[in-house]
Structures are given as C-alpha cells and as structure tokens.
Design a protein around this ligand. Structure first.
Ligand code: ZN
Length: 336
C-alpha cells in the first residue's frame, strides 16, 4: 500500500463544526458561523470586515447588525438577537453570549441533536472600556479562536497599558508634539477614544473612526470626540486607522509622536514594523492565559481551535488533557 493510499483510507473525523469553502458550518445544518463568503444563513459574531459578507439571512446582535450594515449596506434579512435569550431556529437551540471583543460582539451556544456546541468568534476575556464584558458559553464542544495561542503572548494588566498610553500622550504634549495613536477603525479606536478622554485628553479622530464612534454613541456608549479636519487644536490627541500610518494628512499637523495599539506589540520590533515611535499591547483578543482559563470555565472536554496559532493552542490543550484539534480544511482524497 502506498502512503497516499493509506491517507485515502483514513476516515476524517466528523467534528460537530465543519470547515467548508464558504466558512465554518454546524454539521448537518444550514447554519454558517462567520462565513467569509455569502451564504443562506449565518451567525455573524461581530462587525470586523473579515466577518462581513452579505448573507441572505443574518443572526447577530443589534449592535453588530448596525455596524455591519454600515460596512456592507442594508442586509437582505436579519434577526437581531439579544444576549442571554435562548431561541430556536431550524431545529437548533441557540443563545448569544457577550464576547468582549468589540461593541455587540457575541459568542453562540448551539444545541443540536442533544449536543451543546459553543463558538467564541473573536474573544477578549479582559474587561475593556467599550465592549460588553465577555460571558461564558458553557458547552460540551468548544470552537475557540487562537489568535494569541502561544505561551509567549501574555498581556500586562489592562489598566497598566491604559496608564502607559496616557503617559505617552502627556509626555508628547509636554514636549510640544501631537500624540498620534493608530488602531483598528472598529473597536480599538473607540477604546482609545474612551481611555484618552477619561484621562482628560480631548480627542480628534479620522472620519472613518468618527463614523464608527457615532454608531457607538447611538448604541449608548458615549465617546466625546472631534472629527479631524486637517488641523489639531492645543492639547488634543489624534487617533488614526492602523493602515494610515503614512498618511500625508499627518505631514501637515506639525511635530508628532506616534504609537500603534496592538496585541502584537508583545513581539519585539513591532514599532519598527509600523514605523511608529512606540507600540502598546492594547488588544481586543484574549492572551494565552485568557484562552486557557476560558476553555476550562466552559466545561468543554472537546475543543476545536481556529485562526492564528490553532495547531499550537490545540497541542497545549492536549497536554492538559483535552480532546483538542485545529479545525482545518478537509484533506483532499488522494487517488494516487
Ligand atoms: Zn475581530
């Protein structure tokens, strides 16, 4: 028998969630989870653009639906689901639980054929300023994101990072320079707005960030700010999207000190990669310890890992006695 014949003969494990071309799907059902291509029915955990396809029917929180419509236009059909209110659709019992990632982000618990499956979406287990605190999706089988699924990714206490960011703003202004922070347009930027304005700094923000902030405000999350008009006012901090570190608009504001806000700041050299003066590890994802302790709290014994360091996190979980595997695309059947 050749090695490829041996591969073909080995059956693929039938996980409760399968990975298809359009994305993950609850096996045996038509329910997709954060599919990256348009599908008939999808749960959308939050409104980051890598989760924003135009599905025919969308299940999400009210905040996610609002932010998603801002990104992809009016959705054909959507159902706004409040947290912690179980409901049944197409034979699947479901419940949304806050994920702590960005405003409106949700995990989902699904009970299908008497098996309870949890899916975290992007998860942040540390309390943040502008997202609902994460809850726990108690389940038997857990599908968990693995963005920071390596032991070297351990974030300092969040308050410490807030203080470091505020100190950077104060020192920059004292030196006669505008503090400029770069973060994702949705989520990170709003948290930066909040922590800076709470620290007494007036904040100007790029128009794309102001658009998102307006939705936050409408959803009950106050974020004092001014829409950046090309010029800074005395004492202000500026927040710009991550991809605009080289924007020509920044050449016109005079002296500036720049900093990027990302969990990857734990990697040495991050500020050089972004070309900024500083990098602060403000993350909207759980760190390694956060992921491990979260798995334990859910009560799951079987864990499927997705995104980021999925293989590595699954190996760490197996070392701790879990039935854990990365959820990968099915192997192609090899026919010699
Ligand atoms: Zn996200």
């Amino acid at each position: 028998m050749t090695s490829s014949a041996a591969t073909a003969a080995r059956p693929e494990p039938a996980h409760e969630v399968e990975l298809l071309t359009a994305g993950m799907r609850l096996r045996g059902t038509s329910l997709y989870l954060d599919a990256t291509q348009a599908t008939g029915l999808a749960f959308v955990s939050h409104a980051h653009s890598d989760h924003a396809a135009r599905h025919q029917r969308v299940l999400a929180t009210e905040a996610t639906l609002r932010l998603l419509a801002h990104r992809v236009g009016k959705l054909p059909s959507s159902l706004a689901i409040p947290y912690h209110q179980p409901f049944t659709l197409d034979g699947i019992e479901m419940e949304l639980v806050p994920a702590g990632h960005v405003l409106g982000s949700a995990q989902i618990r699904m009970t299908y054929k008497e098996r309870c499956i949890g899916y975290t979406g992007d998860l942040n287990t540390a309390a943040a300023l502008t997202a609902e605190p994460a809850g726990i999706a108690f389940c038997e089988v857990l599908v968990i994101e693995s963005t920071f699924g390596l032991p070297k990714y351990r974030f300092p206490p969040r308050e410490e990072t807030y203080q470091a960011i505020r100190s950077f703003a104060r020192e920059s202004l004292d030196a006669g320079a505008t503090p400029v922070f770069f973060g994702y347009t949705l989520g990170k930027s709003q948290e930066a707005m909040k922590l800076l304005s709470d620290g007494g700094f007036p904040v100007a923000v790029h128009a794309s960030i102001a658009d998102m902030a307006d939705h936050y405000i409408a959803l009950g999350c106050p974020l004092p700010h001014r829409r950046f008009d090309g010029a800074m006012r005395p004492g202000e901090a500026l927040i710009f999207p991550m991809h605009l570190t080289r924007s020509r608009a920044l050449d016109k504001i005079g002296a500036a000190k720049t900093a990027v806000l990302t969990g990857w700041a734990l990697d040495p050299g991050t500020r050089y990669r972004y070309g900024t003066d500083a990098a602060f590890p403000l993350s909207d994802h759980a760190d390694f310890d956060g992921l491990l302790s979260y798995v334990e709290k859910t009560g799951a014994r079987k864990v499927l890992t997705v995104h980021g360091f999925a293989k590595e996190l699954a190996a760490c979980l197996r070392d701790r006695g879990y039935d854990a595997q990365p959820l990968m695309t099915p192997r192609q059947l090899e026919l010699f």
